[in-house]
Design a protein around this ligand. Structure first.
Ligand SMILES: C[S@@+](CC[C@H](N)C(=O)[O-])C[C@H]1O[C@@H](n2cnc3c(N)ncnc32)[C@H](O)[C@@H]1O
Length: 192
């Protein structure tokens, strides 16, 4: 038995918030692991919107969804997540149960194409408006490389300065591992 990795903890937290029929977002589809996880949980009556800027990622996600038999409930968008609001039908605004960000570059792909702190911040600001009262945003950040370090710092600052009367923010971070391991930030609406 050992502590879950940041990505595993993100799944644990999200799994508690979503059910069949939920509307959810994968803001960084990548190789499709998180999209398939979400699609399995929400079932064919739910809805997953998955975003990525790379054709290779959208294609890998499409194949993985089809292999898992969950393609019908997913809509894949080759768009930057900073345009999340514009690409999500209005009826879902304020009703999204989970928005997952798994930052960085496409594993096995072009390492120079990575998430960037400015577009990630824009997407997070929009995400705050999109989640339901019981919704959750998860962000797995990778401070171990240069671009990732800057982005990870921006996320911590973003979370720290959110009004606690409106949102609650937690950080899940291994304190004593070397090489700046990935960490998780999760955001929920504050209870009334
Ligand atoms: C670590 S991977 C995601 C892993 C994925 N969630 C999975 O389960 O396989 C990060 C992804 O973010 C994508 N990305 C980079 N900038 C983006 C942006 N502005 N909007 C959406 N996706 C972006 C990259 O192309 C890459 O595929």
């Amino acid at each position: 038995m050992s502590f879950p990795k940041a990505t595993e903890m993100a799944h644990e937290l999200v799994a508690k918030r979503i059910r069949k029929r939920s509307c959810v977002v994968d803001a960084t589809a990548g190789n499709g692991h998180d999209t398939v996880f979400l699609a399995e949980r929400v079932g064919p009556t739910g809805k997953v919107f998955a975003f990525d800027i790379q054709e290779a990622a959208i294609e890998a996600t499409r194949v993985r969804l089809e292999e898992a038999g969950h393609a019908t409930q997913a809509t894949l968008k080759m768009e930057s997540h900073e345009h999340l609001g514009a690409h999500l039908p209005k009826r879902h605004h304020g009703h999204v149960q989970a928005i997952m960000f798994n930052l960085g570059y496409l594993p096995g792909g072009d390492k120079s194409v990575t998430t960037r702190w400015d577009s990630t911040m824009a997407a997070l600001r929009t995400s705050l408006e999109l989640i339901s009262d019981s919704g959750i945003i998860t962000v797995t950040a990778y401070p171990g490389h240069r671009e990732g370090g800057e982005e990870a710092n921006a996320i911590v600052q973003f979370g720290r300065w959110l009004d606690p009367r409106e949102y609650r923010v937690l950080q899940y971070h291994f304190l004593n591992l070397t090489n700046d391991p990935p960490f998780l930030v999760a955001i929920e609406r504050a209870p009334e």
